[in-house]
Design a protein around this ligand. Structure first.
Ligand SMILES: Nc1ncnc2c1ncn2[C@@H]1O[C@H](COP(=O)(O)OP(=O)(O)O)[C@@H](O)[C@H]1O
Ligand SMILES: [Mg+2]
Length: 420
């Protein structure tokens, strides 16, 4: 063991088990001192006892699953909620995969079986003790971080963020993560993925995050994009707070080249934290008056929080038609104080189809909307676009992902979309 003190707590009403833990700990880590022993039944720990654990600077908590695993998991959730970086180790049966998964979701770091044995506890302590610097051994990537947001719902944030991520991944073949912060997030839907883990699971597992764990928590899309889903079930919500936002971003930044964040149209305080971490911002608006007004407000907020150069802030006008209800682009520039980086056409049919099939628009080279989204992505990727990612091989493979068209080889520029 290293020199750092690993002061640990053991929660169990089982006195012989407590005694056995005390013995093992004395052998494995004498410098840790006696463990703090909590003999209160799992469901009955008082706020004072929880506080005592917090203040005792306990760095690892062992929880005996005992005879009531539901209570043990509940307690684990509470402990992680209080201090996400204080690992919880569950003690009990290690052969039940359902229980293991439930434990992981509750935020437990490890399971150890009974009877307690010296080697296992030694390994646990050496893995989980705070002396092991967090993030050590993580690759030294430092992602380019895109914040995509709007001032108004239904504008196209999720569409742009999802298609940007897909384009970046496909054309640069660099590691790309789509991070859905929208509480009603639909990024998974647009990728046809059903995520098993969310932002919350990541938050609960910060203390033991490494590439392998991160890898197991994201969904892999066939285009190479990884997705971390938004918090879906608000009943078990770990709030998206400023602190959690920064920690999530910090914990993924080292493992990806590109991170695209769907920030929706939230006005919550954590938005500022996400903006402060970003290298690029895309503000999505339509050319409709209320959308522009809200985009203007969002841009003011972006300017306060974003730390990069002003050229890193770009305005994208979606659902653009030259119809009479639309504000002209030059007027729009005057109002917003930013040039329009790109416009994307209104295309109800393609948008609907993409949502229905879970096939990102950029994979459908038949629509102008898809092409324009693709061009937006490649322009942002710049020099990182690999030669040959666009030509036939790419298109050929992509065409196998889009709806099969009778007799079509590769959808070509300007070819009419097969209708319906
Ligand atoms: N250019 C477009 N033309 C037509 N419909 C669009 C366009 N872009 C997005 N949509 C549709 O508008 C709705 C909102 O888009 P979405 O990307 O989810 O916006 P947001 O994330 O800003 O709420 C979706 O039903 C989407 O299919
Ligand atoms: Mg959205």
């Amino acid at each position: 063991m290293g020199s750092q003190k690993a002061s640990v707590a053991f929660i169990s009403t089982d006195r012989p088990l407590q005694a056995s833990f005390r013995e093992v700990l004395a052998e494995v880590a004498p410098e840790a001192g006696a463990p703090m022993e909590v003999l209160t039944p799992l469901g009955e720990m008082t706020p004072e006892e929880l506080l005592r654990l917090d203040y005792a600077e306990v760095s690892i908590v062992f929880v005996d699953l005992g005879s009531d695993s539901a209570k043990a998991l509940e307690l684990t959730r509470i402990l992680i909620g209080r201090q996400a970086d204080r690992p919880v180790v569950l003690v009990g049966p290690t052969s039940d995969p359902e229980l293991l998964l439930a434990g992981l979701r509750a935020g437990a770091s490890e399971f150890i079986g009974r009877p307690l044995d010296v080697a296992t506890i030694r390994e646990s302590l050496s893995r989980l003790s705070p002396r092991a610097p967090k993030g050590s051994g993580r690759p030294a990537r430092d992602a380019r971080l895109f914040a995509v947001l709007s001032g108004k719902g239904g504008t196209g944030v999720t569409t742009v963020a999802t298609n940007l991520a897909v384009t970046l991944a496909k054309t640069t073949q660099r590691k790309t993560l789509l991070l859905d912060f929208d509480e009603l997030g639909t990024a998974g839907l647009l990728l046809g993925l059903w995520p098993r883990y969310t932002f919350q699971d990541l938050v609960k597992n910060f203390h033991r995050m490494d590439d392998e764990l991160l890898e197991s928590m994201v969904e892999h899309h066939e285009t190479g994009v990884d997705l971390l889903a938004s918090p879906l079930d608000s009943s078990e919500a770990v709030a998206i707070s400023r602190e959690n936002t920064v920690r999530v971003i910090e914990s993924v930044k080292g493992s990806y080249d590109y991170v695209v964040m769907d920030l929706g149209r939230s006005l919550a305080p954590w938005i500022d934290a996400a903006l402060a971490e970003s290298t690029d911002v895309l503000v999505i608006s339509t050319a409709e008056v209320t959308s522009i007004r809200n985009a203007k407000r969002m841009l003011e907020r972006v300017e306060r929080s974003f730390k990069g150069m002003k050229s890193g802030i770009r305005v994208v006008v979606n659902q653009f038609t030259s119809g009479a209800t639309n504000v002209r682009l030059d007027e729009l520039k005057g109002t917003l104080g930013y040039p329009v980086f790109r416009t994307l056409p209104r295309d109800d049919e393609s948008a609907l189809l993409a949502a229905d099939t879970g096939k990102p628009l950029v994979l459908d080279t038949g629509s102008k909307y898809g092409k324009d989204l693709y061009a937006l992505g490649t322009e942002l990727a710049g020099d990182a676009v690999l030669n040959g990612t666009r030509p036939s091989g790419f298109k050929g493979r992509l065409s196998s992902l889009v709806r099969r068209k009778k007799g079509a080889q590769t959808p070509s520029e300007g070819s009419p979309r097969s209708s319906k």
